[in-house]
Design a protein around this ligand. Structure first.
Ligand code: BGC
Length: 382
């Protein structure tokens, strides 16, 4: 009896140890949690720049660097599963140090234009660095797109947190502004961007990302056959310097109506004063739905590859820009030349020149308060 009890106990121990071994074995590769990968990418003014790779289980891959918080590449599958990089840019850091139109970059402190580079806040007039004729564009001469951000991988969230502290008076803006931008790649093949900022003096802030998308793949011709839908009944018309007039104009009956999907090229050549002013689409849309809640506001579909990009945001506006000023002067990834309309941008934002337009949603950030916004670009194919 004792011996058989002993044998039983031994068998039990053996079985238990076997089952323990099984439980502790690494899970199959597919079930491995996805983690951001970091690598050195060069340096700017002696400051090291890192490149982070975020991947989704379905295969989407975003590479983002700490210089300018730039989305360096964005690979997504088409309807046959073939991957392509759908973001314009350069192969190495050097390219991004040349003059280029904000490829993939984080834009701050103020996305888009502030007329004559001036605004009044609490009775004081602030003069900003001007870099677009008489106007201030995308934060000035050295905006957030040219800063080296501090990067921190967020393994649990499959994300990258970037922080930049902009000193009081930088590019003319008041207040020390601490900005944190978190990029996350979700299981839904989404590149999610969470923006947050605090200041020690009242100031204005309008943060966005300036990725140039071509869903056929970067450098694969123009985006005129891409079909676009924007959930907006109105847009903000501009003057010849692309400063909003302050009006909100109905899209109904104009080439600006994208409430149902339309090919971007279908009406871009029409003789329309607003299209002429922008040399194509370069306009802010007044998004439907409640600003402050994350809602789907746009969808782009590329018929030849089936790629789809859905845009959701908490922002009240989006700048739809058709790469009108791309002129082939930038040699991009793989030596591709980016001509006019080689990409489109959907820059979620507050409206341009809001600090001078009391009627527009306010971009003021008060000392001690925190602004927060979220935008997500979701990729699929059909
Ligand atoms: C602006 C365009 C500008 C482009 C690149 C867009 O956000 O609306 O007018 O040319 O950025 O700077």
């Amino acid at each position: 009896m004792r011996r058989s009890a002993c044998a039983c106990a031994l068998i039990l121990v053996f079985l238990t140890s076997c089952s323990n071994t099984t439980t502790e074995a690494p899970p199959p590769a597919k079930a491995q949690p996805l983690r951001p990968m970091k690598q050195a990418f060069g340096s700017v003014d002696g400051k090291p720049v890192d490149l982070y790779t975020l991947t989704s289980a379905k295969g989407m891959e975003a590479r983002i660097m700490t210089y300018g918080g730039i989305v360096v590449s964005l690979k997504t599958p088409d309807r046959t599963g073939t991957m392509a990089d759908v973001a314009l840019g350069f192969d190495s850091l050097d390219g991004y140090l040349t003059t280029h139109p904000y490829f993939g970059a984080l834009i701050g402190r103020y996305g888009n234009r502030i007329a004559k580079g001036r605004f009044k806040l609490n009775g004081t007039e602030y003069k900003l660095a001007t870099n677009n004729g008489p106007n201030a564009l995308h934060g000035g001469r050295k905006g957030f797109d040219k800063a080296v951000w501090t990067g921190r991988a967020l393994p649990e969230a499959n994300g990258l947190e970037l922080t930049y502290i902009s000193r009081d008076g930088e590019e003319g803006y008041p207040g020390t502004l601490t900005t944190t931008v978190t990029y996350t790649v979700t299981g839904e093949d989404e590149l999610r961007i969470d923006y947050a900022a605090t200041t020690d003096k009242d100031t204005v802030v309008n943060l966005t990302n300036h990725t140039y998308f071509n869903l056929k793949g970067q450098g694969e011709g123009d985006i005129l056959a891409h079909q676009l839908a924007i959930d907006a009944d109105r847009f903000t018309p501009v003057d010849s310097g692309l400063i909003p007039t302050g009006k909100r104009q109905a899209v109904e009956g104009t080439p600006f109506d994208f409430r149902k999907p339309v090919a971007i090229g279908a009406r871009i050549g029409e003789s329309d004063a607003q299209l002429k002013a922008g040399k194509g689409y370069d306009h802010n849309y007044v998004l439907n739905g409640a600003a402050g809640t994350l809602r789907k506001v746009a969808e782009v579909y590329e018929p030849s590859t089936g790629r789809v990009m859905e845009v959701s945001t908490t922002e009240p506006g989006v700048q739809f820009y058709t790469g009108n000023f791309l002129d082939g002067s930038n040699k991009g990834k793989g030596g591709k030349v980016y001509g006019q309309r080689a990409a489109l941008c959907l820059e979620t934002q507050h409206f341009p020149d809001s600090p001078n337009k009391p009627d527009f949603p306010s971009t003021m950030l008060k000392a001690g308060e925190r602004m927060q916004s979220t935008t997500a670009y979701r990729f699929s194919a059909r």
